[in-house]
Write a protein that binds this ligand. Structure first.
Ligand code: FAD
Length: 244
């Protein structure tokens, strides 16, 4: 029988899988020994605590959930920023169990049965909550109509490229990746430049009929919000998760 989904209160997890996605971003999968399934909506985040009694270290950071609610583990896409918390993740290994997770939290929640036509605007690791949403759409077999514009600096920064290509085939998602710092010889033939109002209008002509979701660093999220407002999208319709 499937475990009943729960909310977590400082529950111990171990790292069961690590994958280096790009030079600066890794995927971390956390599992509980009892295969707890967490009750959350895609778009929400968890507080992850690193706790090492031997060095009296206790650090906690917020991370958007990248896995789907249907899965028996939690995945996060984390930019290895060499900060206090991420320095521990830099050297983390499969089996490490000094992690305690609490949550979920947040209003940036998505329900495929309700949000049938959406515009996802992702910047860098801001892809994380959208991976959760897209994975749920696929697992539920939902026909939610998704247009996603995903902004990265260089072609080698595309996170989960193979899975995104597969999701484009398996779901009703149209993905446009845009590279903001293309270099001669990097082989990139796709879209370039920042996402702005003109790019949204050109790539997503029916944007006005879609619920917009924004996730990424503060500067990205603010630019996306300003662009949408300038295009006449009501502020109350814009859903944004800002990490700054
Ligand atoms: C709701 C929410 C969801 C989030 N989801 C995600 C997510 O899915 N993925 C993700 O990667 N992040 C996410 N974040 C950000 C995350 O919580 C952390 O802030 C981030 O991982 C950095 O933590 P840190 O302790 O390593 O950096 P901190 O030590 O807190 O440092 C903060 C910043 O300062 C910089 N810095 C630190 N020390 C130095 C130094 N000596 N010199 C120069 N710069 C320095 C770091 O590079 C870092 O960018 C989210 C934040 C929020 C609020």
């Amino acid at each position: 029988m499937d475990p009943v989904p729960v909310q977590l209160q400082h529950k111990q997890y171990f790292i069961s899988y690590i994958n280096k996605e790009t030079p600066d971003v890794s995927l971390f999968r956390f599992e509980a020994r009892d295969a707890t399934k967490v009750d959350f909506r895609p778009g929400m985040f968890m507080m992850v605590e690193y706790c090492d009694d031997s060095t009296c270290t206790k650090l906690s950071r917020a991370y958007s959930i990248a896995s789907a609610p249907q899965q028996n583990f939690l995945e996060f896409l984390i930019g290895l920023a060499h900060g206090q918390f991420t320095s521990h993740l830099d050297t983390a290994k499969v089996g490490d169990d000094k992690y305690y997770i609490t949550g979920p939290y947040g209003q940036f929640a998505f329900t495929p049965e309700v949000n049938k036509k959406v515009l996802f605007l992702a910047g860098g690791t801001g892809l994380a909550p959208f991976m959760s949403m897209l994975r749920e759409i696929k697992l539920l077999g939902s026909d939610t109509d998704v247009c996603m514009l995903y902004s990265i600096r260089c072609p080698n920064e595309i996170i989960r490229k193979a899975e995104l290509d597969e999701l484009s085939r398996q779901t009703n998602m149209k993905l446009s990746v845009t590279v903001t710092r293309p270099q001669p010889g990097d082989g990139w033939t796709g879209e370039t430049g920042h996402i702005d109002a003109d790019k949204i209008k050109r790539l997503v002509p029916d944007y006005a009929q879609r619920t917009p979701y924004i996730c990424g660093p503060m500067a990205f999220s603010k630019a996306m919000r300003d662009a949408l407002i300038a295009m006449g999208v009501p502020t109350t319709d814009i859903k944004a998760d800002i990490w700054g």
